[in-house]
Structures are given as C-alpha cells and as structure tokens.
Design a protein around this ligand. Structure first.
Ligand SMILES: C[S@@+](CC[C@H](N)C(=O)[O-])C[C@H]1O[C@@H](n2cnc3c(N)ncnc32)[C@H](O)[C@@H]1O
Length: 216
C-alpha cells in the first residue's frame, strides 16, 4: 500500500485497522506523548479518520491532521473537532515548518527506505521541534518491512535526530511462548504496568520522541 488509491480502497469501510479496539496502545501512547503535545501546535501525519486527533492529541493548542486518503480525511472532518483541521496530502510533500511537534504514528513504514530518508532529510531541514515516531519493532513480517529498535536508533542518528525518550506500547503475541505469555499478562488487572518493562524481543510497537541533535 502506498498510493491514495490503495488507502482509499482500504478505507472503503470505516475503521479498517480496528482502532476502536486499540485502547491499550492508545493509553501507552498517551503516557509518552501527552507531555510533549499539551498546549503545543501539532502536525499529525497519517491521521486517518481522526482517531488519535480526537484522543491523545485533543489537548494540543492546535492540530493539523494530514492523510493521503480523501475518504479518511472526510471522516476526520466530520468529527468537527475544536482546534483541529485536516487536509488531504502526502507527507512527502507537506510543509513541516511552523509546528512545535510533528507526529508520525504508525504510518512512516508505508514509505520505501529511500522515501523515508527523503522524509527525514526534509523534516530536519524544516522542523526544529519534537518529532514523535511510533511503529512496530518486529523487523519484517508477511505484511511489510517494519523496523528494529537498533534500526530506528541508527536511522534517526543518521539524520541528526537524538532520541529523548522511548516507550513500549504493547506485547508481540507472535513472539513465541514468551510473547503469548506477555500478551496474556498485560490483559490482567494492572497488567499494563508491565508493558514498559517488556524485553525488546517481546515488544510489538514502540514510540520514540526525538529532536534535532543540539536542540535537546
Ligand atoms: C495504520 S494507519 C494509522 C492511523 C493513525 N495514525 C493511528 O495510528 O491510529 C496509517 C495511515 O497513514 C496514512 N498514510 C500512509 N502513507 C501516507 C502518506 N504518504 N501520506 C499521508 N498519509 C499516509 C494512511 O492513509 C492511513 O490513514
């Protein structure tokens, strides 16, 4: 999936990624992201139907959500959120200037490796605030090539970005017996407190907060 046609087809029915059931991920995301977005101006890349715009980004001073899918953007606009605006755009071409925070939650890996490099080059040229990246760190699976923790560290460093903080978002139940056990444990009462302590091999998604080196 890469083009507007691909993503529009995916959005033929609402909530194609089942985000209404992503409460655990959203709570973990909120813990790491909220302090950076509270009262700030945010550019939310790959905002989809506005699920995160209406939840974890709702305390930002302003949010501009952009997405390549016109169908998703029209659903986000229909939420009529205060302090939020939405635009159909490819995040390889949108301007990054003028925001306190730029967030790419679960969307950068749709770009090829060369496109990701171009994206990060443009980002550091135009933006000197906080950059938030969230993605699976499981390597590649049958769907696509995601990231590894060391791959993200190297990719950000290569572009002059220093990591301020990172946080595990959920367990990877397909990581053998350990993954099944971890996924079961975090569903127990108070089990979510274990998520930050999961070893890397049992983690599905991780969220990184970074900033241009020297601006930390
Ligand atoms: C997996 S969804 C994530 C939605 C939301 N960020 C979340 O995590 O809840 C990925 C979103 O990225 C958007 N997207 C993918 N590539 C894009 C691009 N090059 N420019 C803008 N949006 C893009 C897709 O249309 C889709 O809405």
């Amino acid at each position: 999936m890469r083009t507007a046609i691909d993503f529009d087809a995916h959005y033929s029915s609402p909530d194609p990624w089942g985000l209404k059931h992503a409460g655990r991920r959203d709570r973990a995301l909120g813990k790491v992201i909220t302090p950076y977005v509270d009262g700030r101006s945010v550019l939310e890349l790959g905002c989809g139907e506005g699920h995160l715009t209406s939840t974890i980004f709702s305390r930002a001073k302003s949010v501009k959500g952009i997405d390549i899918s016109a169908i998703a953007v029209s659903r986000a606009q229909a939420l009529d959120l205060p302090s939020a605006s939405f635009e159909v755009s490819d995040f390889l071409t949108v301007s990054f200037a003028g925001y306190d925070v730029i967030a790419a939650i679960e969307c950068l890996y749709y770009l090829s490796a060369a496109e990701q490099d171009a994206f990060l080059q443009k980002l550091v040229r135009e933006h000197d605030g906080v950059f938030i990246l969230s993605a699976p760190i499981i390597g590649a699976n049958e769907h696509r090539s995601y990231y590894t923790h060391s791959g993200i560290v190297q990719m950000l460093a290569r572009h002059g970005l220093s990591i301020l903080q990172w946080r595990n978002l959920n367990a990877y139940w397909r990581a053998g017996i350990g993954g099944i056990a971890a996924a079961a444990m975090i569903r127990l009462p108070f089990g979510e407190a274990l998520i930050p302590h999961l070893p890397e091999a049992l983690v599905y998604q991780r969220c990184y907060v970074a900033r241009r080196t020297g601006n930390t």
